[in-house]
Design a protein around this ligand. Structure first.
Ligand code: GDP
Length: 324
């Protein structure tokens, strides 16, 4: 059936009122468009889909705000909702948001009726325009109102996550990283592997990045600090520029990309290309003198990590095929 096919691909459905920022988010996160260049984007008018590969195949379906969810002629909303893993609803925090919240409540009610286990993720978006204090007030207000609406619908048990986001800083990547991670079945195993890697190498922090979007699909269990994330994400860009990471110049036998760089503050950045558009990026504080030996230990352990990742992917691929 169609349903079993859908399971092999995790779909994220992106919804929200007109001009809330859906197209901009897709352009910035998945197409490397500069945030300011989204100012003159045409608003979404028909459903569009972005596909990207990570450890799982992901699709982001963007629905135009003005679509009537229950208008069966436009698309089969029941089929769509039964196939999605996460519903991401975008609210423009710089605008009057009461009608957005009403819309959200109706959509949640519908989504949960079709797929009770769906992840519901709310982006309180465009927070760059709000002062620090006002951001938290807005978040509190929105959470309160959504909670009240759900209570009215008898849906008080539904879990919803809220994120403060803007396309002008890294908050949108952080939010998408956490949303994508919830859909990766292998995440606990991946985190274990990354913790092991930390333990046997001199990394202070490691991320497994999707190179194209700069979403991180996993990280070790130590807390993420946004500055470290930014440094690592920027290192990917630099490496791409230096090495043409995208170009398959060498054809099939291309050597894996590896890049090491020591910053002036003594921090060493390390990148190693993995499978399926993923890269491992690590931060380390090696002392002078121990660089060479530590680096070969890192290389050795990263190679082991890569092999485990390949095995994990093979296994999940086989499982999927077994399901079909
Ligand atoms: P859509 O109709 O939901 O697809 O909305 P668009 O992506 O077309 O965005 C509407 C407007 O909001 C555009 O002018 C964007 O530049 C702007 N926008 C999107 N994201 C942000 C953000 O994080 N901050 C600010 N200040 N503006 C944003």
């Amino acid at each position: 059936t169609d349903n079993s096919l859908d399971q092999s691909r995790a779909t994220i459905l992106l919804m929200g009122l007109r001009r809330s920022g859906k197209s901009s988010i897709c352009k910035v996160v998945f197409h490397n468009v500069q945030p300011l260049d989204t100012l003159y984007l045409e608003s979404t008018t028909k459903p569009t889909t972005e596909n990207f590969q990570s450890l799982i195949d992901l699709a982001v379906v963007e629905l135009p705000g003005q679509l009537n969810l229950f208008e069966p002629s436009l698309y089969d909303s029941e089929k769509l909702f039964s196939s999605i893993g996460a519903l991401v609803y975008v609210i423009d925090s710089q605008d009057e948001y009461l009608s957005a919240l009403q819309n959200l409540a109706v959509i949640i009610k519908y989504a949960v009726s079709i797929k009770p286990k769906i992840h519901i993720e709310v982006l309180i978006h465009k927070i760059d325009g709000l002062s620090e204090d006002f951001r938290l007030d807005t978040q509190r207000d929105i959470m309160q109102r959504v909670g009240d609406d759900l209570l009215d619908y008898g849906l008080e048990g539904v879990q919803i996550s809220f994120y403060l986001t803007s396309i002008f800083d890294h908050s949108i990547y952080e939010a998408f990283s956490r949303i994508v991670q919830k859909l990766i079945y292998e995440l606990p195993a991946l985190e274990n592997l990354l913790d092991l890697l930390m333990q046997y190498s001199s990394f202070d922090k490691v991320f497994l990045f999707d190179i194209n979007s700069k979403i991180y699909v996993a990280t070790d269990s130590s807390p993420v600090d946004i500055q470290t994330y930014e440094v690592c994400a920027e290192f990917i860009d630099v490496t791409i520029d230096l090495d043409g990471l995208y170009e398959t110049k060498g054809g099939k036998g291309m050597r894996p990309t590896r890049c090491v760089s020591k910053l002036q503050n003594g921090v060493t950045l390390y990148l190693y290309q993995m499978i399926r558009g993923l890269a491992l990026v690590g931060v380390s504080r090696l002392d002078d003198g121990e660089d060479a030996t530590s680096m070969s230990v890192i290389d050795y352990n990263v190679a082991i990590f890569k092999r485990s990742l390949e095995k994990m992917w093979e296994k999940s691929k086989n499982l999927e095929q077994g399901n079909l």
